[in-house]
Write a protein that binds this ligand. Structure first.
Ligand code: PMP
Length: 372
């Protein structure tokens, strides 16, 4: 075999739009302090681990059967959670769940995007929006932002009127900048999108629980083309679970079922998510701690003389660096992994435990000294 040349991706008859591209890949490096993927630093509490084991044991007895295809119990509990915490009453019919909000977004693009259609996002934003667009054959349009990373409403409305996209992504709080979007902006873009097409507006609220502002969930009322996407990866500290969900008009929930794979959400996933939802209050306690650590990181970075973008998420964008990749490496040399999202001059750090955040702040304090 050794003299046969290795087959490369491009030797395969892959789709043209995938040729020469790289997959999503935040480095998974083994370093003492990992603050690069906006995970929750707190492991699940032991009582919840026990409850998951119990519920999964029950589910295991039925693993010879396919799971509840419509995840009725789970969607009911997610609706209850949203009703209680997001300022608007929703029910089973408004909620859909999938394997991470990435899969929710993929199902939305399979349903409302696809070949011959386009989606727009306001960049820098979550890079998977463009990647999922590509994977579903949806054309991607990169919309503008202001210098301070807020959405430039007039420029965004012009871009929507010009390109007439089928799907409009609004990420609030935005990743990687941490920027929240106010309801007025969402309504203005929604109106522009309806006038232009009409199209679907997807509000990605993966970090909603960490915001200083209320959820944008109430905006779905009377707007069947507006979808809110959420995840248990961040606030629930369950990135490994892979559970995301959406809230929208029941027609949207019916529509995504046209593309979802049958039995996409395993019984083990459903059982685990249900157990986590039983411990919502404890988990939201960790969210409160992370919010105050996030605010501390913002304050201390500013005191050190860094530029910091206002953050409503569990991470902070800071700079500015002449070369953000070199700065990223210097911080890594001190045992702290942050994220270089390719936004020139800026890096992103996730809020960790107080000790992890101290280690990060020590590293950037030293970095600052080197340059003064
Ligand atoms: N949306 C945004 C804005 C994100 O940052 C992420 C995770 N990095 C996701 C969606 C996807 O998260 P998950 O698939 O784990 O729900």
């Amino acid at each position: 075999h050794s003299n046969t040349p290795r087959t490369r991706i491009d030797d395969l008859p892959i789709r043209d739009e995938l040729r020469g591209k790289s997959p999503y890949g935040a480095p998974q490096l083994d370093v003492p302090v990992r603050l690069n993927t906006n995970e929750n630093p707190y492991p699940l509490p032991e009582a919840l681990v026990e409850r998951i084991a119990e519920r999964v044991r029950e589910a295991a007895r039925d693993l010879n059967r396919y799971p509840d295809r419509d995840a009725v119990e789970l969607r009911t509990e997610l609706a209850r959670y949203l009703t209680r915490t997001a300022g608007h009453e929703v029910s089973l019919a408004n909620v859909w769940a999938a394997n991470g909000s990435n899969e929710v977004l993929q199902q939305l693009l399979q349903t409302f995007g696809g070949p011959g259609r386009t989606a727009i996002g306001f960049e820098p934003s979550y890079s998977m929006h463009a990647l999922i667009a590509r994977g579903t054959g949806t054309g991607w349009i990169s919309g503008p932002r202001n210098e301070d990373f807020t959405i430039d409403v007039e420029a965004a409305k012009r871009a929507i009127a010009e390109h007439r996209p089928d799907v409009v992504f609004i990420t609030s709080p935005n990743n990687p900048t941490g920027t929240a979007v106010d309801a007025g902006t969402v309504l203005a873009l929604h109106e522009a999108a309806q006038a232009a097409k009409p199209s679907m507006v997807v509000v990605d609220e993966a970090y909603g629980e960490f915001s200083h502002h209320a959820s944008l969930l109430p905006l779905i009322e009377g707007r069947p083309n507006l979808v809110l996407s959420r995840t248990m990866s961040k606030a629930f500290g369950a990135a490994g679970l892979r559970l995301g969900y959406l809230a929208a008009d029941p027609a949207v929930v019916d529509a995504v079922q046209l593309v979802r794979l049958p039995y996409h959400l395993s019984s083990v996933t459903q059982a685990t998510a249900l157990a986590a939802l039983e411990h919502t209050d404890t988990l939201l306690g960790y969210v409160a701690q992370l919010k105050s650590e996030r605010d501390r990181i913002v304050d201390e970075l500013r005191a050190l003389g860094y530029d910091v973008t206002d953050s409503d998420a569990n991470f902070v964008q800071f700079g500015r660096f002449a070369d953000s990749h070199i700065a990223w490496q210097r911080i890594l040399d001190r045992g702290v992994l942050v994220r270089d999202n390719g936004v020139p001059g800026w890096l992103r750090v996730s809020a960790g435990t107080p000790a992890e955040n101290d280690a990060f702040l020590d590293a950037v304090r030293e970095l600052k000294k080197e340059h003064d």
